[in-house]
Design a protein around this ligand. Sequence first.
Ligand code: HEC
Length: 137
Amino acid sequence: MYRRSSSILTIAAALAFTITVIGGPQRSAEAQKLRNPESPSAESIEEGRRLYARHCASCHGLGGKGDGGMALSGGTPSDLTDDEWDCGETDGEIFTAIRDGVSSDMLAYRDKLSDKQIWHLVNFLRSIGPKPAGKDR
Ligand code: HEC
């Protein structure tokens, strides 16, 4: 009994390690725990769309395909409509990527946008991209 549960623990630990490594260093448990306080209403999505056109479309493209053409340091702006999220696919992780930035191309927006505005952006991105894993697509 003891041996069995300890081997299950070993497997669980190995799995957790693997997931952490595959997920990459940018994923944080703290970001994953953040809950989106803005419901994805038509108003919120519209506000997100407006902010996106102004702040994000130059790089990520108006439709979010990553084809806006501009990237400061030669990076490739992510396609925000596919289901690949290098920085994590939960609302909280997308929020954190926008707020804290990712690189010298994808800068932090915490001084330019309020938290509320960033959540509107997350709701807009959800409206043009796939839903988080496990929810209806
Ligand atoms: C100067 C160009 C530029 C602007 C402006 C920009 N981004 Fe980015 N963004 C990038 C690049 C390039 C990446 C890919 C990561 C990297 O290499 O830096 C990225 C990555 C991201 C990611 C992570 C995608 C993933 O797969 O995990 C999100 C989310 C994102 N951007 C959202 C936004 C939002 C929202 C705005 C506007 C508030 C914005 N970006 C403005 C260039 C930009």
